[in-house]
Design a protein around this ligand. Structure first.
Ligand SMILES: [Zn+2]
Length: 395
């Protein structure tokens, strides 16, 4: 089997139009159906709520030499845990850093095999698939490794601002890599008639059941190979995917529409969301899965921060506390945050997260304009799927 098919960069193989249509038809139909009619809600990986808690709790895994510094900036680390999501529609190339559509590559490696067989290192992956293709299907495990080197550099330079900023960002990407729905092209159940499951699993469930979770994850440990650790997270997340989707399907047969969903008011807007009884039943069926992925995220964030610090020669972080960093006085960061509000980059419709109502006449008023109907106007997902399909046909 030729696994080293170079993917065309920017040309469309017209001869495959028919087979491509078959391949993309289901997804396209689903997107078109929901993009114009659905009640969209911009939800984020793990939800803002969970991301903040993951970074915050990771601080407590650190050794005495580190914990003073990280605790001092714990509010910064929690609040800025969501920056990568905040900028994903404003910064080019940001979006793919949050996911890996592993199952797209299953067409080449065999069902369920891609997470184990995709090239572990970025250079090798680019050689096999080209950067364009990798960017189209997500790069989270490779990006985590890139961020590791940045954090080591920041420690070596004794640059407080960079240490904080990169630590917060790295925590975000690590947490994303641990989410099952971040490892599939069916990231919001849009290919299986389960639209809304993304936000259900990673926002609604943690928000409802967080209080009951045990977050004692132990002390951060040194990682001999961070790149493989990132892949381990993706593998575990992907292994959990089948339950995430199939359990929701099973339960849906036991709950009629009026019991499955409810209406709640948030920020003075009434939204349709999964009912408490349905959420409880699903959460119980998952048997602690959300808690396990959250715990794994927290431990892994601590492990990475600690490993970077060790790799940088264990610099004395207490010295850095002398020159205190004040986020509010960081003009550059504040200006950047302002710019992130101009969300003009179209990416895959990753954020259609809450339960959708195909009969709802209006899209959510607080969804940035550029993201409304993003599925309909964004040609990228289908465009790139064609390349994968081509590779499969030429094998
Ligand atoms: Zn994210």
């Amino acid at each position: 089997m030729n696994r080293c098919i170079p993917y065309p960069k920017c040309s469309l193989p017209t001869t495959l139009a028919n087979s491509l249509f078959r391949f993309t038809g289901q997804a396209l139909l689903s997107w078109l159906l929901f993009s114009g009619l659905a009640y969209h809600h911009p939800c984020h990986a793990w939800g803002f709520f969970a991301h903040k808690h993951i970074n915050r709790l990771a601080v407590f895994t650190l050794p005495p030499e580190m914990i003073g510094f990280y605790k001092h900036y714990i509010i910064y680390l929690a609040e800025n845990a969501i920056n990568p999501d905040a900028r994903r529609y404003a910064v080019k190339d940001e979006a793919p850093r949050h996911f890996l559509d592993a199952d797209v590559y299953d067409q080449i490696y065999g069902k369920g095999r891609a997470v184990y067989e995709l090239p572990r290192y970025w250079k090798d992956a680019v050689e096999v698939f080209t950067e364009d293709t990798l960017m189209a299907y997500g790069i989270v495990p490779w990006h985590i490794e890139r961020m590791k080197y940045r954090l080591i550099n920041a420690f070596e330079a004794g640059d407080t601002k960079a240490i904080l900023r990169i630590s917060a960002d790295l925590g975000h990407y690590i947490a994303d890599a641990n989410v099952p729905l971040h490892t599939t092209e069916n990231y919001n159940g849009q290919l299986s008639g389960q639209i809304g499951i993304h936000g259900f699993w990673e926002s609604r469930l943690p928000e409802l059941f967080f209080e009951g979770y045990d977050f004692f994850v132990g002390k951060a440990t040194y990682l001999k190979n961070t790149q493989l650790a990132a892949w381990d997270a993706v593998i575990l997340a992907h292994t959990a995917l089948d339950s995430v989707l199939s359990f929701e399907k099973t339960l849906t047969t036991r709950f009629d529409e009026s019991r499955k969903f409810t209406y709640e008011e948030r920020n003075k807007i009434t939204i349709r969301t999964y009912s408490r009884p349905f959420s409880e039943a699903y959460h119980q069926m998952l048997g602690g899965q959300v808690e396990r992925r959250l715990r794994a995220s927290i431990k892994m964030v601590g492990d990475f921060w600690y490993t970077c610090w060790v790799e940088a020669g264990k610099p004395d972080l207490n010295k850095l506390l002398d020159k205190e960093y004040d986020e509010q006085k960081d003009q550059e960061l504040q200006e950047e945050k302002e710019q992130w509000k101009n969300q003009e980059i179209q990416t895959r419709p990753h954020e259609i997260a809450l339960a959708t109502d195909p009969h709802h006449p209006n899209p959510a008023p607080y969804l940035p304009k550029s993201n409304r109907n993003c599925c309909q106007y964004n040609p990228l997902p289908n465009y790139y799927k064609k390349f994968i399909s081509t590779a499969k046909n030429e094998r």
